[in-house]
Design a protein around this ligand. Structure first.
Ligand code: SF4
Length: 179
């Protein structure tokens, strides 16, 4: 492991993640079927903000972008819920994980200025997104969801030795930094 990656992995502990895994980007699988799930729009974010598809290219274009990097550092955050109907808890968890990813961004950019960040779900950084009428207000902090790239997060988490789910009454989110 080189010094820069060692520094990143040491400093990741400042962000509050549950687990971290590192894989070569050649291990990432890209699937049209995963992008198709975005199109079905069960989260209601498809074509609603600059973070979500179809704003950032085809799955093949996403694959080519990812393969410009050597490694993917995958992280997950685990949040407690009162029960499986705890919508407020899930909402708070989603934002909690985004804060963890913002903290990781600051650290990762110091070490790898050209890193590519991926996070969970869409973007809620602004009250109302400019999509599609004007450019993103914070393009530097625009983290696309991993699934939006067509990546199967379950498969990737298993390859990285990480838990995709973490027990009853919890929700787990995944993010990544490509270096
Ligand atoms: S940063 Fe603001 S403008 Fe950009 S995608 Fe997020 S909500 Fe939209």
């Amino acid at each position: 492991m080189d010094d820069k990656l060692e520094t990143l992995l040491t400093r990741i502990s400042e962000c509050g993640f549950k687990q971290t895994g590192v894989l070569p980007t050649s291990e990432i699988g890209f699937y049209e079927e995963v992008r198709e799930l975005c199109r079905k729009n069960s989260c209601g974010m498809y074509a609603k903000n600059w973070a979500c598809p179809p704003s950032f290219g085809t799955v093949e274009e996403c694959r080519q972008t990812c393969l410009e990097y050597d490694k993917i550092v995958l992280v997950n955050g685990v949040f407690a819920l009162e029960d499986s109907f705890d919508i407020e808890g899930m909402h708070a968890a989603m934002h909690g994980f985004k804060k963890q990813m913002d903290a990781l961004f600051v650290i990762a950019r110091e070490i790898y200025p050209r890193c590519l960040m991926m996070s969970n779900e869409g973007c809620a950084r602004c009250g109302a997104c400019t999509y599609p009428n004007a450019p993103c207000r914070f393009p530097d902090r625009l983290f696309h969801p991993i699934e939006g790239y067509g990546i199967n997060v379950y498969e990737l988490s298993k390859k990285a030795g990480m838990n995709y789910i973490n027990g009853k009454n919890t929700v787990t989110y995944f993010g990544a930094v490509l270096i």
